[in-house]
Design a protein around this ligand. Sequence first.
Ligand code: GLY
Length: 572
Amino acid sequence: MLTHQKIRQKFLEFFEQRGHKIVSSSSLLPNDQSVLFTTAGMQQFKPYYTGQADAKKDFDFLNTVSIQKSMRTSDIDEVGDETHLTFFEMLGNFSFGGYWKKEAIQYSHDFITKEMGLRIGHVSVFEGLPSAGVPVDEESEQIWKSLDSNIVVKKANIHDNFWGPTGNEGPCGPTTEIYLDGVEVWNIVFNEFYYSGSREELLSGKSSKKLDKLKTLGIDTGMGLERLTMVLQHKNNIFETDLFEPLTQSIPNHFDLRTKRIIADHSRTIVFLSSEGIIPSNKEQGYVLRRLMRRIMALNISEDIIDSVINTYAEQYPELQAKRREIHNIYSEELVKFNKTLRGGLNELKRLEKVDAVGAFRLYESFGLPYELIKDVAKDRAKDLAREAFDQEFKKHQEKSRAGAEKKFGGHGLLLDTGELRAGNEEELKKATRLHTATHLLHASLRKVLGEEVKQAGSDITAERLRFDFNFSHKLTSEELQKIEDMANETVENDYKITKEEMSYEDAIKSGALAFFKLKYPPTVNVYSVGDFSKELCGGPHVSHTAEVGHIRITKEEAVSAGVRRIRAVVE
Ligand code: GLY
């Protein structure tokens, strides 16, 4: 039997032997902030398709191959069936002008049939979209037929056979897909367009956004490791493969099959999300993590399950091993919170004759009872409760609390809107404020030491640490890091006063203040300056003198994706 380790190795080697550079998985937290999670292997390569970055320069190759950690929440309600997951791994080969349809189809055909010895059930190609000027993909059909005259080629529409864009805009194009035993396993995307809107806008057919031809034709493929492993190991479903076996073994037998699968799926996702430093919360990624955790906590699952996951993946992802304790801590802290409120919530739920969206959300908000648990426990009494109505209540609540937070942070709220800074109480707020000023000092120091090519790509601040992402081409040397840290600390010691000026966005940019290109700014903005050392458009809050920041220490420097570096730092 081919183990999952062997399958990984064969895939990478197959493409390496055909001129692809092996690139490691990027983080589950994407650089592209318009999406919550990394959903596909192509995400870290987006700039290479558009010509913003040069693959030849960064990888020495025009083609890459990777196994990408991925996460999709859109299928969350499907989890429990035979093939759907929240976390999964994606095998993919990519080309940025290196090859096109003929090679891409030939490679995938040869990998499946010759290397893996499998029979292709059928393939699908794009039926075209005349209204957008995209013709039927006859070329792909012919290539398939030339490789295997008996192959069954089906046509499919834009919903099934047109990929992307991910996020607010991006590369996209028709696909051809390979089915094994009726299961879609491999998606080969021909990135020939750039769409200036989201996928939803594209599918609506009503948007005036444009579908432009890309200068360079790109290949982007994605094959679910779990699904391929299922077929290769002759299993009926993904949960019987060796990616899940050790895990499902550790789940008590009294649960029904569906629940067991949910536990297996969620515990993997919990481990991978926690290993990326996500903390359960009521917002964004943190909310997803909380929801998954509470779902399995409500089932009283032993924390040992975390170790089963880590052990299965320790070889491929050594960081899981290194973060074992941290992951357990995140889990147990949430468990304490959950247990405290759960009992009260369940009692409250018992008293309700009928559970509607308002009641369910109140139970969620006050006691942390997740929607699914309420549905499960209340059964008939919650039969009219719909996910959409619950989400609607949730949204209303988020808007209210955001307005409240903006008031507290001085009315501007610009950065809070991005979720850059998080603080739960006054004490955390003080610490996060120091870290926020430290972020400005480090940003300015990075530019002074490394050059103006450094541009902010993301920023995230909690009461414990700051995390700053920036565009830069190579790993920082320890001398560079030292210089940057020293420069920022020198500014702290000089005890500059921090000034805030309100001006029009245009004047702010003219004055040389740094802005974060990913944000939409209002016409009037605040500009925070630290002497003439740093000047940035910003919503605050900041300390009033740099000495209040304390000593800044950079704790880590790493790559987030191609061309994007990340530093973490603390203040002491
Ligand atoms: N980007 C291709 C896929 O994820 O299927």
